[in-house]
Design a protein around this ligand. Structure first.
Ligand code: KG4
Ligand code: ZN
Length: 332
């Protein structure tokens, strides 16, 4: 089954053609980063307008003259105006072609990038989903049944990277810039607070680390000292990636023995290396998504769509977009 998938939840317009949830036939992305960079973050109104401009030629390129067996689209969560562009386009296309319309939860899509990377990977497994808006540890019981084991109580991991990069004047998006700056820094230069919750071992909190970066930068400024951005980036990375690793490896150990990484932050070089070391020590099977499928893309949406379709999850032309939606309880 060939599925045309559309993704427009944030600052990337994407379309892909994916076969049977595992094979990427074509994967097209237009990034808006150069546009939003000027503002230091995503401007929702501009994002929606850019999606409208980009979507038509992108879908045509992804189709390459073929007719899909179904049309899939990210319908939640994300920027509402941005999501609506993809949802409305997908609805009209599915209606015109008279093929099923498959709504896909964005975070489930991120997890599915691993089905494209590892052809033999099958649920059940435990997954860390770390993106710009979410940080979850989930038990993926089947392709379409999720249980949330833990989540952030404040900022998402990616958000902490983005905000800290802004404080350090490194620009947007923060993750890759912090990673670059951290290369020459000392990860033990600054010790950041680690938050643990007694009753919720898999919950995260990243606002404390972010505040620590702010305070560190302010103090240095008041003293007239130069901020050592490399040391700060390296120490910040160690704190955030250390806690992501500890908690998700513990969750995998106590549940399935298999750990899957997903979301934009899973591109982080240090996170991947911490995970590799910890999983080897604990005897956990680790699955990392291909670098080019870590960020937002439509291939991952097409992969998850195949399994949603097998489970009978299709929608009609009354499909709506939702800014927020729990990953374990999707509805349409
Ligand atoms: O999954 P994603 O592309 O979009 C959302 O669904 O949010 O994630 C974007 C987030 C941003 O916060 C970005 O700074 C972060 O992923 N990110 C990284 C890296 N690349 C992207 N964070 C740390 N290290 C990276 N190399
Ligand atoms: Zn994403």
């Amino acid at each position: 089954m060939k599925i045309l998938a559309i993704e427009s939840s944030c600052d990337e317009t994407a379309a892909a053609l994916v076969e049977d949830g595992r094979i990427v036939l074509r994967n097209e992305v237009v990034s808006q980063i150069p546009i939003h960079e000027r503002y230091g973050g995503v401007v929702p109104e501009i994002a929606s307008r850019c999606h409208i401009e980009a979507i038509e030629p992108l879908v045509e390129r992804a189709l390459g003259g073929e007719t899909p067996d179904a049309v899939a689209v990210t319908y939640a969560p994300g920027l509402i105006g941005a999501l609506l562009v993809g949802v409305n386009y997908a609805k009209s296309l599915a209606y015109t072609l008279n093929v099923p319309l498959i709504p896909v939860h964005h975070l489930r899509g991120h997890v599915a990038s691993n089905y494209l990377t590892h052809p033999d990977l099958k649920p059940p497994f435990t997954a860390l989903i770390a993106s710009g808006g979410h940080s979850h540890i989930v038990h993926v019981k089947s392709y379409t049944e999720y249980e949330i084991l833990g989540k952030t109580r404040d900022d998402a991991a990616g958000e902490a990277f983005d905000k800290s990069a802004r404080i350090l004047g490194l620009g947007y998006p923060g993750g890759p810039k912090i990673q670059k700056a951290a290369e020459t820094g000392n990860p033990d230069a600054i010790v950041f607070p680690k938050v643990h919750f007694k009753d919720a071992p898999y919950d995260f909190s990243f606002s404390g680390v972010k505040t620590a970066v702010v305070n560190y930068a302010h103090t240095a400024k008041q003293r007239g000292e130069e901020i050592n951005a490399a040391d700060l980036a390296a120490s910040f990375t160690k704190a955030v990636c250390g806690v992501l690793t500890e908690k998700s490896v513990l969750a995998a150990k106590n549940t399935t023995g298999k750990l899957v990484l997903a979301g934009g932050v899973s591109a982080n070089r240090d996170l991947r290396s911490y995970m590799e070391t910890a999983c080897k020590e604990e005897g956990i099977e680790l699955y990392l998504p291909r670098q080019d499928l870590c960020g937002d893309n439509a291939a991952m949406i097409g992969a998850q769509a195949y399994f949603e379709h097998l489970a009978g999850h299709t929608a009609g032309t009354d499909l709506n977009a939702y800014a927020t939606m729990a990953v374990d309880q999707p509805h349409w």
